[in-house]
Design a protein around this ligand. Structure first.
Ligand code: ADP
Ligand code: MG
Ligand code: ZN
Length: 602
């Protein structure tokens, strides 16, 4: 770090200089000033050898003749009321008194040593402060770093495989490049953009690319920097950060790991965290306090959008949310291509093989693999990185402790593909199901894949048939595993929880079971309380309870039979869809339709 080095150098020269001055003055004193006893001074005075005298409380200085030389002398005065008389008598015309040497004079005389001491103390203290990771000297100042744009410019070219995300961010770049265009039209741009997605998907990289593309100053601060030990420090840092950015507008403020500050304020039992709450409040104040017209765009990033305080997400704050997805097979190839440029690849290396073998890997994982492969190749003293090195790097990465849960093996991929294809197929083959938008086997959060269904319109009423169909779609995953793989897995546990929940509601709340009839047996306890289950008392007899259980079971079983039936009828489409999923990992609505059409049930 150049700054630290500079300070050290400065310190060194300062110390050297003071030491030099101190030594020089001492030497000079020794050489030129002769200390004489008072008696000698009086004697010389009588002999009229003294030419010049200056008197102060505890020192007499002057010049005396020695032959034809003039020597500076000093002597410690004694109580001598006749001194002035004697001076006059000896014909010294040139005498004066000096003001008492006050404590200030003493201080000034010793200043060299005081400075040395202060610097020593400061030096030790700073070092300790740095080692402790806290700069005690600059509490309230934002630690936000302003990125040097010329030094390492990141652009959209460096971010691969998330075209949709980039597309959304391009508006912002355009605005920052040319704010006038938007200002004259009076349009309101989003003030805050929230990038969310799994760790390592490139959120930080994207934010830097936006700054690089727009060519504006970029202030970054990480959420955790705002949460300090002392209440109020974080808040003042936030204030400072926004002030600095405003001064250099148009600019980007990037708040990384926003969830460290922005966690919901009421989450958790036993009250909140005062400091965090103050910081968050200050952030809200600042967010409301500037207009996007001022040319400042706020970009936030988080892995956990679900825990963010809703106040942060309100219109006028982080009002645009952009997902940064885990890349699909095509995206992975692009990312690999970007990073492979930094290493020397063997000419015929087919990166698409690597892309195919890395489902669930994020951009950071892939960058890591390329790097790892280069190290492996170097160890083997190869001239370039080949496919084998990359494969070895993948293995190393999968075996690594923290990735294990997220990365899927080939055989698991097959199971997940059939599972998701099952959901999709059931949704397509039963009438009245919400259209399937997209199905993917790229893991996201705890799910290994998902089928995205979106209703065509907002619905407030749901019919019994619709709920039953929904249950069938949910059961489609498990049924497909059973039919195609011949073995069921734990992958369906979340589906089953939903199924059970729906079926319970049908019987207990919606009056949709013929045996129970039009009764709502649910107790009013939708609030979440600790010990809710203990408190809950069934408002019905044991006999009814038995029937309720039977009815729930009957509904689910019925649905499961229906689901398996639908899948068996569409076996060809199921296989085709699963195969396609294994190949591309994502299938969009259009392609789903064409697969269905090409493999229509006999
Ligand atoms: P996040 O902030 O989402 O956790 P980062 O932006 O810090 O992830 O990504 C870490 C590294 O991974 C980046 O520096 C880059 O090398 C690599 N990376 C991640 N996503 C991509 C991508 N889409 N394209 C190229 N490199 C990527
Ligand atoms: Mg990050
Ligand atoms: Zn499922």
């Amino acid at each position: 770090m150049p700054l630290k080095k500079n300070i050290r150098q400065l310190l060194f020269w300062f110390l050297a200089f003071t030491l030099f001055v101190a030594v020089y003055q001492n030497l000079k004193g020794v050489e030129r000033e002769r200390q004489i006893p008072y008696s000698e001074f009086k004697a010389k005075l009588r002999d009229k050898q003294i030419t010049k005298v200056s008197v102060s409380q505890d020192l007499i200085k002057g010049e005396l003749k020695e032959g034809d030389k003039s020597v500076v002398f000093k002597t410690i005065p004694m109580s001598d009321p006749k001194l002035i008389e004697d001076l006059e008598a000896s014909g010294v015309t040139n005498f004066s008194a000096e003001a008492d040497r006050s404590w200030i004079a003493t201080l000034l005389l010793n200043i060299g040593w005081i400075v040395v001491f202060i610097f020593l103390w400061w030096f030790l203290f700073m070092r300790q402060a740095q080692m402790g990771g806290k700069q005690a000297m600059s509490f309230g100042k934002s630690k936000a770093k302003q990125q040097d744009l010329k030094k390492q410019k990141v652009t959209f070219k460096d971010v691969a495989g998330c075209d949709e995300t980039k597309e959304e961010l391009k508006d912002i770049v355009d605005y920052l490049k040319n704010p006038k265009k938007y200002q004259t039209l009076g349009g309101e741009l989003p003030k805050g953009v929230l990038l969310y997605g799994a760790p390592g998907t490139g959120k930080t990289l994207l934010a830097r690319a936006v700054a690089g593309e727009a060519g504006v100053p970029f202030f970054t601060a990480s959420g955790s920097e705002f949460v300090e030990m002392f209440v109020g420090v974080g808040a003042s840092r936030v204030r400072d950060l926004f002030e600095r950015a405003k001064k250099s507008a148009p600019a980007i403020i990037f708040l990384d790991e926003l969830d460290a500050v922005g966690r919901s304020r009421f989450a958790g039992i036993g009250g909140g965290h005062d400091e965090r709450e103050q910081t968050l409040n200050q952030m809200l104040v600042e967010l409301d306090g500037f207009e996007s017209k001022e040319g400042i765009i706020l970009i936030g990033a988080t892995n956990r959008p679900d825990v963010l305080d809703t106040a942060l997400l309100r219109p006028g704050r982080f009002d645009r949310r952009i997902n940064v997805p885990v890349p699909d097979i095509k995206g992975r190839l692009e990312i690999l291509t970007v990073h492979a440029k930094k290493v020397k690849l063997t000419v015929d290396t087919d990166l698409s093989v690597i892309a195919r073998h890395t489902p669930g890997f994020t951009g950071a994982d892939l960058a890591n693999i390329v790097n790892e492969a280069a190290i492996i190749a170097a160890k083997k003293e190869q001239k370039s990185v080949d496919l084998k090195d990359l494969e070895e790097a993948i293995e190393k990465n999968i075996a690594g402790p923290q990735r294990k849960s997220r990365i899927i093996s080939e055989s698991e991929k097959r199971v997940v593909a059939y599972h998701e294809a099952g959901h999709t197929l059931v949704a397509k083959s039963l009438p009245g199901c919400d259209p399937v938008h997209k199905v993917t086997i790229i893991p996201r959060g705890p799910a290994l894949g998902y089928t995205l269904q979106m209703p065509l319109e907002d619905k407030y009423l749901t019919s019994r048939t619709e709920i039953m169909n929904r249950l069938c779609v949910l059961l489609g995953g498990r049924a497909a595993e059973e039919i195609a793989i011949g073995e069921i897995t734990t992958g369906a546990h979340d589906d089953l929880a939903k199924v059970t929940n729906y079926a319970q509601k049908m019987v207990l709340e919606f009056g949709m079971s013929d045996k129970i009839g039009q009764l709502s047996l649910k107790k009013e306890d939708s609030e979440v309380f600790l010990g809710r289950d203990i408190m809950r008392q069934a408002g019905y007899s044991n006999e009814t309870a038995r029937i309720v259980d039977e009815e729930i079971k009957r509904i689910v079983t019925e649905c499961y039979v229906k689901t398996k039936d639908a899948l068996n009828k569409n076996r060809k489409a199921l296989d085709a869809m699963a195969a396609r999923l294994i190949e591309t990992e994502v299938i969009e609505a259009v392609e789903i339709d064409s697969i269905m059409a090409a493999n229509a049930a006999a």
